[in-house]
Design a protein around this ligand. Sequence first.
Ligand code: HEM
Ligand code: MTE
Ligand code: MO
Length: 389
Amino acid sequence: APQYPRYTRAEVAQHRTPSDRVWVTHGTDVFDVTDFVEMHPGGPDKILLAAGGALEPFWALYAVHSQPHVLELLRDYKVGELSPEDAAPPSGDTEDPFSGDPPRHPALRVNSLKPFNAEPPPELLTQSFLTPNELFFTRNHLPVPAVEPGSYRLRVEGPGGRSLSLSLAELRQRFPKHEVTATLQCAGNRRSEMSRVRPVKGLAWDIGAISTARWGGARLRDVLLAAGLGDRTGEWHVCFEGLDADASGTPYGASIPLERALSAEAEVLLAYEMNGQELPRDHGFPVRVVVPGVVGARSVKWLRSVAVSPSESPSHWQQNDYKGFCPSVDWDSVDFRAAPAIQELPVQSAITEPRPGAAVPAGELTVKGYAWSGGGREVIRVDVSLDGI
Ligand code: HEM
Ligand code: MTE
Ligand code: MO
């Protein structure tokens, strides 16, 4: 057998572009696939997403690679092996409140590591209608809480109701499982484009702070009715609290109007499944709210409590964030009390392929993108313009 040179992962990571050569690893083998990039049946852009790192997390998502001929093809490009000492996983730092955060997919474009905020690359977002759980955009304000599913309880309460404390098993057994395909979008989606018009404060999201999943769980409506909280008139709200909390112990929180929560058509869920799997930790394990058509901020993850109240959630994120203002308002003149909290979001659309400024071949071109109606409504029509008119 030939003797191969040894490389560290850091050395492999320096080979991410055709001009620096494109290296990838599979198991403990290192490959130089530069000459295969243009021949890749899935396109050069996709293979480059794995450049400088391991193939396994990508191939786990695209099962077309789990065929013998793919590994055979790869063998021709082997140039080395990983140095043995490099395989040791990095040791956890216990002082860091984020040290318990889960592992993430390397394809995610990270806008902030702590707290973790990341989006899928555009060309993977439209690779499939349902976003794979590993690629679903993540918007965390705080460290991911570690929840022990056996001792988890969801509190449901409100004036004049019967308080409930539901275990995961009770939530699954007492209420019919309802499934909904819904898109979540962060209010900051495409902020980097807005900032090109005028600088905006906040994370510089590209077009990927939006993702779609098939959610499964109990209808919030059914749970509220079981708690005797369904029969009120006038303005009421349903306030949610998460198990994630800041250094002072204040949890993430948000609310939606009770009317939406009770509406059968609005299909608000207390979800425990995402694309047929249990919720991943980043997306709210073991239970999250899913409010179709409404700004992502109200779909509270790691749900600890549901409380019906005459007022909106007192949370910072309901009162002093996630509100819309006219263009003349800036950070010096803004009065958050003057504006209502965002609930429904308006229409949204973006082209994912080709990317702005990309050089494209002459002739026929496939253009991909997404369109979303907001408000939980269906898309009726999509118009595409080639000349901006
Ligand atoms: C398809 C090889 C990396 C996404 C394929 C096929 C081969 C291949 C041989 C065709 C399989 C068949 O139909 O029998 C490779 C090799 C890679 C690599 C050798 C790395 C050295 C990646 C990465 C991604 C990806 C990193 C995603 C980020 C895809 C997709 C298809 C595909 C989506 C299906 C294309 C279609 O059917 O339209 N790849 N691949 N590949 N690959 Fe890869
Ligand atoms: N729920 C809790 N408990 N903590 C959070 O930080 N972020 C909210 C919402 N729910 C958040 C939360 C925001 S702003 C958005 S856009 C969505 O979760 C993102 O959901 P995702 O990370 O599953 O995509
Ligand atoms: Mo968000």
